[in-house]
Design a protein around this ligand. Sequence first.
Ligand code: COA
Length: 169
Amino acid sequence: MNSKGMKLAGSGFEIRSAEGMDAAEIAAVLRRSIAELCVADHNNDPERLGSWLRNKTEETALGWIEGPGQVLVAVSQGSDRQLLGVGMALPAGEVVLNYVDPSARYQGVSKALMWSLESYFTTIGVTHVSLRSTLTAERFYRSIGYVQSDIPLDPGDRAAAIFEKDLHP
Ligand SMILES: CC(C)(COP(=O)(O)OP(=O)(O)OC[C@H]1O[C@@H](n2cnc3c(N)ncnc32)[C@H](O)[C@@H]1OP(=O)(O)O)[C@@H](O)C(=O)NCCC(=O)NCCS
């Protein structure tokens, strides 16, 4: 348990709040997840991939951890420092990060992260959640109850679709 106070067990992993010392590994997981799993979105186009990865640094991750939102990490039950996934929510009701390490794909990590982020929203009284999805994750979000509400207007926008969900506490 840490200062933002969340710790949940999954199957072979746990979800806990991120700490400052996770920042470098958070950035590394984000980079691997985007580069290796989101190929449908960036098509290995160096410019598109480069701009997506540009702010995925230890420094940025530290700013997120110290900021007003909730940053959660999934960690291996065998090692509290081995990160399997990263999620982040803003208090206004937006999920802004949900990335799984390629080594941990389809093991329930994103589902557990999203469930934990939704619990956080419920705790702070937020009942309507939105997120900007990659193409890669659209099927996943539908499977956990999100409904597509829009597509981004800007053709340069990285997100493929905007999804929303009403939470019922
Ligand atoms: C798609 C993705 C988000 C799913 O996360 P995950 O941790 O691997 O998936 P989980 O094990 O938590 O969730 C399982 C769900 O994934 C999907 N899934 C599971 N196995 C799958 C497979 N072999 N092929 C395709 N989809 C599959 C299903 O929707 C499944 O739900 P179900 O079990 O109810 O059918 C993740 O694999 C991914 O590619 N992330 C890349 C980063 C990204 O795009 N993040 C979103 C930013 S908005």
